[in-house]
Design a protein around this ligand. Structure first.
Ligand code: ADP
Length: 501
């Protein structure tokens, strides 16, 4: 058994930086949080100040360690916003530009060029991804082309590239380690997830020199020690994983076929597909769920752009609710036969329709329609979109002979809404299980680090310890479920752009 009573998890997210202490039972016993400044230099551009992130990490860790004592920490785990791209000076750890955040669209023209040049098949086959500005590769290429002298300095080995985990590892170890884990590497669009190596062809096309890339390590294992100067003790860093992969780990999705969905601003569904990379026929992403002892476990991932964001729109733009939580009581008052559908294609339609030109709409309004009906339709849209996504994912999994679980583990802010979760179970026709801890992402990082030092038991023990706080079983009749879903597909067909097939 390891020394220490807690694992320290660092959760560096898009909007905040948090430190959480977890005890042996996986319970969060202390939390500190600092919000993160969003920098918008131009429309479609989003940046973070990496130095601000580092200062926040120091602050939140010191805050929770002041309560527990650094000597009481068995290991440190890191989870982070993925794809966000940092470049820093190797000699000093100083960032050489603002970090370009995953949401940033400035590299759309470069992505279009890659598409025209026919890189799509190579990207899908090696990285498991699609060509999109979302991923790090084109952001890094942009920095190399636009930050004065960066390309020359990078070629001579003076500059490090990394995602946020990598930058934090470098800072925490006082520059001793330039590394990342396989889950984060898998989101750069420079990493061959089949062989676990950087892809020379993509690096060459994008002008990325190998010397600036981090060493890729297991998600669970040795990431060196936190330099003593930071927290007064040399704490071992033993786990690193990107946020969605960490959440799946925190949800104990250890077996092939298991699924989790996180309902925040958007929704991310991740399915464990086991030891083989699964190719998707519906542009779902293939990625690495975790890597342990050199062995990779793969995942399929799909996203819904507008989940909680639809509720924000109902609140902030339409003004039909004052708080997100109010949506629950209103939905309960909605007319179940209203026939109102809200298709939240505010950013086009994502998987499996992939119609960027589609526009959002509320359809099926009658004179009797009320704001309650519209709010219910907004919540129900999240359930329909989840079904769209799961259907596509299960098809991909079936082709590879993987039996998908018929229960969905869920977490995130929207899971507080009992009406929405019941409707999700009803529209899916399967059980929805809400995680006991709202901190599944941080817990996943803690599990990785804790398992590495023997603080937590093996997978089977963690799987047994997993217990939902609430379970929703489907109550709707099959006939009603299918009728409603047909209505959704009909509503979706009405918002498709003419360009779509
Ligand atoms: P993120 O991590 O993306 O910021 P959270 O997991 O904190 O998201 O969830 C916040 C989102 O969940 C917001 O978009 C909010 O509108 C939505 N949300 C929060 N509470 C509720 C609720 N009771 N009903 C419906 N949506 C909710």
């Amino acid at each position: 058994m390891s020394k220490g009573s807690y694992v320290l998890a660092i959760d560096q997210g898009t909007t905040s930086t948090r430190a959480i202490l977890f005890d042996e039972g996986g319970k969060a016993t202390a939390t500190a949080q600092v919000p993160l400044t969003q920098i918008y230099p131009a429309p479609g551009q989003v940046e973070h100040d990496a130095d601000e992130i580092w200062r926040a990490v120091l602050q939140v860790c010191r805050e929770v360690l002041a309560e527990a004592g650094a000597g009481n920490i068995a290991a440190v785990g890191i989870t982070n916003q993925r794809e966000t791209t940092v470049v820093w000076e190797r000699a000093t750890g100083k960032p050489l530009a603002n970090a370009i955040v995953w949401q940033d669209r400035r590299t759309a023209p470069l992505c279009a060029a890659l598409e025209r040049e026919g890189w799509g098949a190579h990207v899908a086959e090696t990285t498991g991804l699609v060509i999109d500005p979302y991923f790090s590769a084109t952001k890094l290429a942009w920095l190399l082309a636009n930050v004065p002298s960066l390309a020359e300095r990078a070629a001579s080995g003076e500059v490090c590239f990394g995602t946020i985990d990598s930058f934090l590892l470098f800072k925490l170890t006082a520059g001793r380690l330039h590394a990342t884990d396989a889950t984060n590497a898998a989101r750069t669009k420079l990493f061959d997830i089949r062989s676990g190596t950087w892809d020379a062809r993509l690096m060459d096309r994008l002008g990325v020199p190998l010397v600036m890339l981090p060493e890729v390590r297991d998600s669970q294992g040795d990431f060196g020690l936190v330099a003593e100067e930071h927290f007064g003790a040399a704490l071992p860093i033993r786990g690193v994983a990107g946020d969605q992969q960490a959440a799946a780990y925190g949800q104990a999705c250890f077996a092939p076929g298991m699924l989790k969905a996180t309902y925040g601003t958007g929704c991310f569904v991740v399915a464990n597909t086991g030891a083989e990379k699964v190719a998707s026929a519906t542009r779902m992403l293939s990625t690495i769920l975790h890597q342990r002892e050199g062995r990779r476990t793969y995942a399929l991932e799909g996203a819904i752009f507008m989940a909680g964001a639809t509720i924000q729109w109902l609140r902030d733009s339409l003004g039909v609710i004052a708080t997100a939580a109010e949506s629950e009581a209103l939905a309960e008052r909605a007319d179940p036969k209203s026939g109102v559908y809200l298709v939240p294609a505010f950013q086009g339609l994502g998987a499996p329709f992939w119609d960027a030109g589609a526009k959002a709409a509320i359809v099926g309004l009658s004179r009797a329609a009320s704001k309650a009906d519209i709010v219910a339709a907004g919540l129900e849209a999240v359930a329909f979109q989840t079904r769209d996504l799961l259907t596509a994912m299960r098809q991909d999994m079936a082709v590879s002979g993987i039996a998908a679980a018929h229960a969905l583990r869920v977490d995130g802010g929207m899971t507080a809404n009992a009406w929405a979760m019941q409707r999700l179970a009803d529209i899916l026709g399967e059980t929805v299980e809400v995680a006991a801890t709202p901190e599944t992402t941080a817990l996943g990082a803690a599990y990785h680090a804790g398992q590495a030092v023997g603080f937590y038991g093996h997978d089977a023990a963690l799987a047994r310890a997993w217990a939902p706080s609430r379970v929703y079983a489907p109550k709707m009749t099959e006939a009603e479920r299918e009728a409603r879903y047909d209505g959704w597909l009909e509503a979706v067909s009405r918002v498709r752009s003419e360009a779509a097939p």
